[in-house]
Design a protein around this ligand. Structure first.
Ligand code: AMP
Length: 190
């Protein structure tokens, strides 16, 4: 499978659909949010730095994030494709990802954009707060994460459009329908 960048607002299902895609196509998976939460759990220096940003709904600085991404990518087996989940989140990260992959003889492959209305996003995040107890899934931090998404991350959709790899999937009320659309698209391009 080609590389995949899964893109969307907090709560749009990036993690959920990534897991389904990994199970079906057997590719590598980098969730930068999971990488950071793991560092926090292990009490590392990086974890301590990341915690302050995550708890406030802010983005970790680009330079640090790009470094983490490259190290995580280099540790994965090559040749089976990687799904990038939660990265890039800024134009600088996107430019860095493109360059990093090009330097390694690879490319960004395809971008999947998940579009979900804000009411559904909020309901999902509040529900996840109950089910998974994520520290940043409280109403105040969620609001901040939406603001950060709109100001820093959403403009990236146009960047991917220019790269000619943007593919949009809009939530119509059913995970099965969304997954069916994503799988038939991926089957046609893999
Ligand atoms: P996520 O699990 O993808 O929703 O990420 C949770 C939090 O981790 C975000 O709200 C950010 O604080 C941080 N984070 C994850 N990925 C990135 C990234 N690519 N750039 C900056 N911060 C990130």
């Amino acid at each position: 499978m080609k590389n995949i960048i899964i893109f969307g607002a907090p709560g749009s299902g990036k993690g959920t659909y990534s897991d389904e895609i990994v199970a079906k196509y057997g590719m590598g998976h980098i969730s930068t949010g999971d990488v950071l939460r793991n560092e926090i759990k292990n009490g590392t220096e990086l974890g301590n730095i990341a915690k302050g940003y995550i708890d406030n709904g802010q983005l970790i600085p680009d330079e640090l994030m790009i470094d983490i991404l490259a190290k995580t990518y280099d540790a994965l087996p090559k040749g089976q494709g990687v799904i990038f989940d939660g990265f890039p989140r800024t134009i600088a990260q996107a430019e860095a990802l493109k360059k990093m992959l090009c330097e390694r003889g690879d490319d960004m492959g395809i971008m999947l954009e998940l579009v979900v209305d804000e009411e559904t996003l909020l309901a999902r995040l509040l529900n996840r707060a109950i089910e998974q107890g994520r520290a940043d899934d409280n109403e105040e931090t969620i609001k901040k994460r939406f603001e950060v998404y709109h100001s820093q991350t959403a403009p990236l959709a146009a960047w991917f459009e220019q790269e000619g790899i943007r593919n949009t999937f809009t939530w119509k009320g059913s995970k099965e329908v969304m997954l069916g659309e994503i799988f038939s698209f991926l089957d046609s391009v893999k």
